[in-house]
Design a protein around this ligand. Sequence first.
Ligand SMILES: Cc1ncc(COP(=O)(O)O)c(C=O)c1O
Length: 448
Amino acid sequence: MKHSNVFYRSLEKKYPLLDRGEGIFVWDDCGRRYLDGASGCVVTNIGYGVQSVAEALYKEARQTGFSHGTTFTNRPQEELARLVTEDAPPGMDYVYFVSGGTEANETAFSLAIQYHRQKSNHKKWKIIGRRLSYHGSSFATLSTAGNIERRSLYSPLVMPFPLVPAPHCYRCYCGATYPECGISCARELENTILAEGPENVAAFIFEPIIGTSAAASVPPAEYFTMVRDICDRYDVLMITDEVLCGYGRSGLYMAMDHFGVSADLVTLGKGLGGGYAPLGAVLMQEKVYEIFNNNTRNFIHGYSYQGNPVSCAAGVAVNLYIKENNLFQQVEEKGRYLKGKLNEVAAGRPIVGDVRGMGLLLGLELVKDRETRESYPASIALAEKVRAIAMHELDEGLLVYTGVGRTADIFPRDYLLVAPPFVIEKAEMDLLVDLLAGAVDKACESLA
Ligand SMILES: Cc1ncc(COP(=O)(O)O)c(C=O)c1O
C-alpha cells in the first residue's frame, strides 16, 4: 500500500479500504464482501446506502450548510426535535443536539450541575458512574466510567468520581446470586451517595443495557425502580446513556421503556444519525427544562456543531426511514430469532460461556471453562482473535465488535457483540451465525 498520511488508531494493523456499502454488507476496494454483524460500532442501524438519507444530506448542505446555535435555529433541528420527543416518555419534551455520544454525555453532566446550581445547590457536582461502563473519550466521561486502561493513562486528569457496581449477574461484583441478592448493587448506589454526602452528588449515569464493557448485559427489572427511587430521595438526577442501547436497538425506542422507568436526562448518539452524519442528543424531562426556564434562562455550554442542520437533516431522514419501514417493531422478532441461533452455536461449543442481550443487541462471552466461568489469559486475546478470523480468514468476511472488558472489576474478559443493522433478513442472520461459528471454531483450533 502506498504511504498514508493518516494517523491510525493502531499503527500495527492494516486497514482495508472501504469502498461501498449496501443494506447489511460493505465491500473493500479489493472486492471482498463483509456482512456487518456489528453495524460498524452499533451505529448503522438502518443499514448502508439508504438513498433518502443521502438526498436529505445533499439537499440541506445546498440549502443552509451551517447554522450556529447562538444565532439561528434551523428547520431540520426543529423537525428532529419534534420527532425524537414525540415518542419519548411523558414529560420528556425538550432536546439538545450535539455531534455524538461523548458530547451528549458531557452535555448531560453540564445540564445536571447547572440544574442544581439554579436551585442554589452549589456543591452538587459529583457524577456517580458504574464499574462496568463506557460513556465516551473525554476526561469527564472517562471519570464516570470503569475502563481502567483508559483511565490510568490520564489519571491526574480523571476526576475522582465514585463508581458503583453494575448489575451484571453473570459475574456479580458483590459475589451474590439473583434474586437472593436483593439487588445489592442498587443498594450500593444509596450507600455511595450517603458516603459522598447527598449535598455533593449531582447525578448518576448508567447504560440501561451494558454495551461494550459487558456485551449486552441486561439487569433484573427491579434494579431500575430501585435506582429511580434512590435518585429521587437524594435529589440526584438520573442520566441514562442510551447512546448504544437506545433508539430501537433493544426493540423499543429506549431500552428503559422495557422497564417502565423514566430518567431525567437521556443521551442518544450512534443510531440517531445512523452513520450518515455525526449526531447525538440529550433529552430532558420538563422538571429540568423548567428550572432553567424559571431561573437564569441560560444554559452555559455549547459546540460549533450543535444542532447542525445537515446532521439533523440526516437524523430526520433516518427517523422517517425507521418509521416507514416499522424497523423498531421488527427488532424484537429478529432479535429473538438471532439469539436462538446464537444459543445453538453455544450449545455445541463450551468455549461460549454465555449468550445474552435483547433485541438486536446481543453478546457472547468466551470462556475457558463454562462451569467456573474462568476466562482465557488476556495474552491470548481470544475475542480479538475471533474478530480478526471472522473479518479476514473466512471465505466471506464477517464484522463483529469485541470488548476485552478490562474494566473496574479488573479481570480482562472476552466479549463479542453481535448487533447487525435492523434491516437484516432471516437468511442473512443464518449466514451471520454460520460465519461466526466458523470463526469461533477456527480460533479454538488455534488454541489447541
Ligand atoms: C454507551 C456509550 N456511550 C457513549 C459512547 C461515546 O459515543 P461517541 O463515540 O459517539 O462519542 C459510546 C461509544 O461507544 C457508548 O457505547
